[in-house]
Design a binder for this molecule. Structure first.
Ligand SMILES: [Zn+2]
Length: 298
């Protein structure tokens, strides 16, 4: 009896220990793309550090409700990273800013995103077009840009570049970005390093620049967007990675785990085929994400 109790105590302590070790958690808020018939929010992710939501990556349609459900606090966010400015990655940003008014947030909120071109605005221009006093679509939110609000939204435009660069640094976090090929749309992949762990987000891309392989080197997690099936061609393949490309990149980068997100009608139901195509090149674990999926790093 005594021994049995001892064993239970051992397992209890082990459980408590491992729970407290999970200080870094990736949470998928939105595992879908632009479609609205799959019960998935559009692209959005959180990185939790010490039980606080510290990094927000993308914030597409539906993400604000998933954010609420996650119990994350707007006041805890250190930085927002936008992989690109398509609607399915940014549509709920105005909702987040409005909601922040009702929180205790008082410190500036940096937002990083890509440069512009002839069809897309640069990130700083994009934010001004949304909120600037006098000209923005929601100009009544201009206080958040000109310094007279409860805090200031600080947009940063990251110039095009095929070599990973450090774009953000705090006491405990480093963030790197590199340009990726998403058809004619300026787009970025990000790598977040925190507490010795690394999480990489491909964003939407088709792999043509061969930059993600470098950014994702030895990453603990690579979140890859699974928007098209094997055999895709035309516009779809110009914008997105096919599963074999995901496999090749993950293998080259030696990523420790691959999470597949940005799932769409084109790929839903084709998980077996997708997994098979990836496994031809990448032998590590591959997981399909759903809204709310959490992945602990330990
Ligand atoms: Zn997308």
């Amino acid at each position: 009896m005594k021994i049995k109790r001892g064993i239970w105590f051992f397992w209890l302590m082990l459980g408590l220990l491992s729970a407290s070790q999970a200080d870094v958690v990736l949470q998928v808020l939105g595992s879908g793309g632009p479609e609205m018939d799959d019960s998935r929010a559009s692209s959005a992710y959180l990185i939790w550090v010490d039980k606080k939501a510290r990094v927000l990556i993308d914030f597409g349609g539906g993400a604000s409700l998933r954010f609420e459900q996650s119990k994350a606090k707007i006041a805890d966010i250190d930085v927002i990273l936008l992989t690109h400015l398509h609607i399915d990655h940014t549509a709920d940003l105005p909702a987040l800013l409005k909601a922040s008014f009702f929180t205790k947030r008082r410190r500036d909120l940096p937002v990083y995103g890509p440069d512009g071109n002839s069809i897309m605005p640069a990130t700083q221009t994009f934010i001004k077009k949304l909120f600037k006093t006098g000209s923005g679509a929601w100009q009544y939110m201009g206080d958040f840009l000109d310094g007279s609000g409860t805090f200031t939204l600080k947009p940063h435009t990251i110039a095009f570049g095929k070599k990973p660069r450090r774009i953000y640094r705090s006491k405990e976090m480093y963030i790197y970005a590199v340009s990726v090929h998403h058809g004619p749309i300026p787009a970025l992949a990000y790598r977040i390093e925190v507490q010795g762990y690394s999480i990489v987000f491909s964003g939407d891309m088709n792999g043509a620049y061969h930059t993600l392989e470098v950014l994702a080197k030895d990453a603990d997690i690579m979140v890859a967007h699974n928007a098209v099936p094997q055999g895709a061609n035309g516009v779809a393949a110009a914008l997105h990675m096919t599963p074999d490309t995901i496999g090749k990149i993950a293998a080259k980068a030696k990523s420790k785990r691959v999470i597949l997100s940005h799932r769409m009608r084109r790929t839903l139901g084709k998980e077996r085929q997708t997994r098979f195509e990836i496994s031809k090149f990448y032998k590590g674990p591959v997981v399909f994400a759903d809204d709310g999926s959490s992945f602990e790093l330990k």
